[in-house]
Design a protein around this ligand. Structure first.
Ligand SMILES: C[S@@+](CC[C@H](N)C(=O)[O-])C[C@H]1O[C@@H](n2cnc3c(N)ncnc32)[C@H](O)[C@@H]1O
Length: 326
């Protein structure tokens, strides 16, 4: 059976790692080129069931059919060809081509259901989905969304969801030799908490300039059962030396972005200069930023080398994951 797996955009490799870990064959996994957050896999339903709790995968769909895409009529043909599978059921159709390709999804959905005599319902038996990829379209049926415990008792505005923090921590690929890891912009604590859930034997630190955020982080860490594995404290990231934590292997965090450009530039410069003083030689900085040019310019000036960058999405906005070395 073939499945369409949706992942956190930019972290498809982490979803693929889990597919392989739970038994999918590497040569049966297909990552479409230039497509964000989607992977195809041919595997058994037994493997798929094992994905019920993974944080790296956001949805699992059974592929019903594929064909060439050359406009709305191809979708009609695709549905018509596979109609026998769902004609007696109530359905809803999600469209995943961009609106530029198919301008009016609501009208299209109504037209298709009328022409094919399908029963539309917002609470359907079959939730269908149509994706287009480079000249072809795929019809699939929603199976399930993995579930996991959201331990956040305090959900701050803009705080990161645990599943995304999980992918970021895994993409950081901490080595055994990297033991001292610090999130100096920890907010509600999702990144250090995921680190503590994923790794044993690391010294994990989380700090923020705002005491309220630190209190929230502590509550969330307790609810996740890792309060004893993380050291949370108040600290201004422009003055990391004040925390008396030297020889840090890696700084990881999501930089503030809801400030004026000039203020952010000053804050980022302060952070990167102060990071140099606490990081070990060849220590890493992993940052989630939505101003990659500003960060790139500052990091370059301070002689950080860019090791990796990946485009991702946070809260519906394009963001970047940058990995730099000191
Ligand atoms: C984008 S949020 C991080 C959200 C966090 N990843 C979470 O899951 O909640 C940025 C954080 O940086 C903090 N911050 C702003 N200026 C700071 C500074 N100078 N030093 C340390 N933290 C700062 C803010 O209080 C905020 O919590």
């Amino acid at each position: 059976m073939e499945y369409l797996i949706t992942t956190h955009p930019g972290f498809e490799d982490i979803g693929i790692e889990d597919l392989i870990r739970f038994g999918a064959a590497k040569n049966k996994i297909f990552l479409p080129k230039d497509v964000f957050g989607k992977v195809f896999v041919k595997t058994s339903s037994k493997v798929i069931k094992k994905l019920a709790r993974v944080k790296s995968i956001t949805g699992i769909y059974e592929v019903l059919g594929k064909r060439r895409f050359d406009g709305a009529n191809s979708i009609y043909e695709l549905l018509r060809m596979h109609r026998s599978k769902f004609k007696k059921q109530s359905i809803w159709i999600l469209f995943k081509p961009v609106r530029k390709v198919l301008p009016d999804f609501d009208k299209l959905r109504r037209n298709l259901s009328r022409r094919l005599r399908l029963k539309l319902s917002r609470k359907p038996t079959y939730l269908l989905r149509v994706d287009t990829f480079r000249g072809s379209c795929v019809l699939s049926r929603f199976l399930f969304k993995p579930t996991w415990k959201d331990y956040r008792k305090v959900k701050l505005p803009f705080s990161m969801k645990p599943d995304l923090a999980h992918c970021i921590v895994r993409a950081a690929k901490f080595k055994k030799t990297e033991t001292r890891i610090w999130d100096p912009f920890c907010g509600g604590g999702s990144i250090p908490i995921e680190m503590a859930l994923l790794y044993k034997g690391k010294e994990i630190f989380g700090s923020d300039i705002d005491k309220e955020k630190i209190d929230a982080s502590k509550i969330n860490a307790k609810s996740a059962g890792v309060e004893n594995k993380i050291n949370f404290f108040v600290c201004d990231a422009r003055n990391l030396v004040k925390a008396s934590l030297d020889e840090v292997d890696c700084l990881i965090g999501e930089l503030p972005y809801q400030l004026k450009a000039k203020t952010l530039e000053k804050l980022y410069t302060g952070f990167f200069s102060s990071a140099k003083k606490v990081l070990k030689q060849k220590g890493r900085i992993i940052v989630i930023v939505n101003r990659k040019r500003t960060v790139g310019k500052i990091a370059d000036k301070l002689n950080f080398e860019l090791l990796e960058k990946r485009r991702m999405i946070k809260g519906g906005y394009y963001t970047d994951f940058l990995q730099l070395v000191c």
